[in-house]
Design a protein around this ligand. Structure first.
Ligand code: XMP
Length: 317
């Protein structure tokens, strides 16, 4: 029986003991896990915690600035690093999902390493890893030992020479949210859907370009804002849009169009390990589909994903 108050007290004491007066660096992602980890560490070691929030160019629309502002408002010691062009440059021409993840993981570590070298005497790297990340990355399910290489788990290059601290490693998502509430974090931030570390890159099937990112950010934003205004956002565990690598024929006025297809995905889940697609109301799907096609240039067709996990995964890549 999990009690968030007791967890916070014990973990803060443990972190104080373990970290003493050492400096710790932490990568914030804008998500629930890294935010809760940061606030917990901040409670334990205060300004010895240095947070870095990297824009990989694959975040949701306007997310970098709005989340950065929010962090500053929470009293966290945070630096925003806009590395979007660097990531998109390195990803150019890559279509394979695992290569995308590995590339993003590598560039993230490079950017992060550059930044942490600017700080003197850092001893620890803190991460918001939670229990499902740990098991999905190490479980052996047949010939390939990992399902997906979650970029935020596992080995760091030697040159970083930092010890790792992961205060949420034993918790499930709902427990992390309860800990966050105990810590006084804004319920809206805690209620945010999970979002993968590699961001929109694994929702753009095929290679990634600036233009495709722009299209997907716009589609995603119409979908997510729609869910919020219809009161559906909190009923869904995770939602997002996927840009498919196909064009389809459409008609606008008396012109034939040949444009992109997007898929919408919304799932119910408790931990991401299994998931059911959500029976979103037809009226909502109709409205959001019209809005997407009318507002987002380059898209002429919207489909809804009705696959559950397993055997499908939540993400398409
Ligand atoms: P799947 O697609 O495996 O997703 O059913 C389960 C949950 O994990 C998220 N996900 C990731 N998160 N790095 C992350 O940090 C990744 O590479 C990654 N791949 C999937 C996914 O969004 C869902 O919440």
């Amino acid at each position: 029986n999990f009690t968030p108050n007791a967890f916070v007290d014990e973990m803060v004491a443990e972190l104080k003991e373990k970290l003493g007066n050492d400096k710790v660096v932490l990568g914030l992602s804008g998500g629930v896990d890294s935010t809760v980890a940061a606030v917990l560490l901040n409670k334990a070691i205060g300004q010895n915690l240095y947070c870095i929030f990297v824009n990989n160019g694959l975040l949701r629309k306007n997310e970098f600035q709005s989340v950065l502002d929010q962090y500053k408002g929470m009293g966290l010691n945070v630096k925003g690093v806009d590395a979007g062009d660097r990531f998109l440059g390195e990803l150019a021409g890559i279509s394979d999902p695992e290569t995308k993840r590995k590339t993003i993981g590598r560039v993230f570590i490079e950017v992060f390493d550059d930044e942490s070298h600017l700080l003197e005497d850092v001893k620890w790297l803190a991460q918001g890893t939670i229990y499902p990340d740990v098991i999905e990355s190490v479980s052996v399910k047949g010939p390939s030992a990992t399902i997906k290489s979650h970029h935020n788990v596992g080995g760091l290059p030697d040159y970083m020479k930092l010890k790792i601290v992961e205060p949420l490693r034993m918790l499930f998502k709902d427990e992390v949210r309860r800990v966050g509430a105990t810590l006084g974090i804004d319920p809206e931030l805690l209620g945010r859907h999970p979002f993968p570390g590699p961001g929109l890159s694994i929702r753009i099937l095929g290679d990634i370009t600036q233009e495709k990112v722009r299209i997907l950010q716009d589609v995603d934003s119409v979908f997510i804002e729609g869910l919020k205004s219809w009161g559906l956002y909190d009923k869904v565990w995770q939602a997002g849009a996927i840009l498919l690598p196909v064009n389809s024929v459409g008609v606008m006025g008396d012109e034939r169009t040949y444009e992109k297809v997007v898929a919408l995905r919304a799932v119910e889940s408790t931990d991401g390990m299994t998931a059911d697609w959500v029976h979103l109301p037809y009226d909502f799907l109709m409205k959001v589909s019209n809005d997407i096609i009318n507002k987002v240039k380059g898209v002429n067709r919207v489909v809804y994903d009705i696959s559950s996990k397993p055997p499908a995964t939540i993400e398409w890549e």
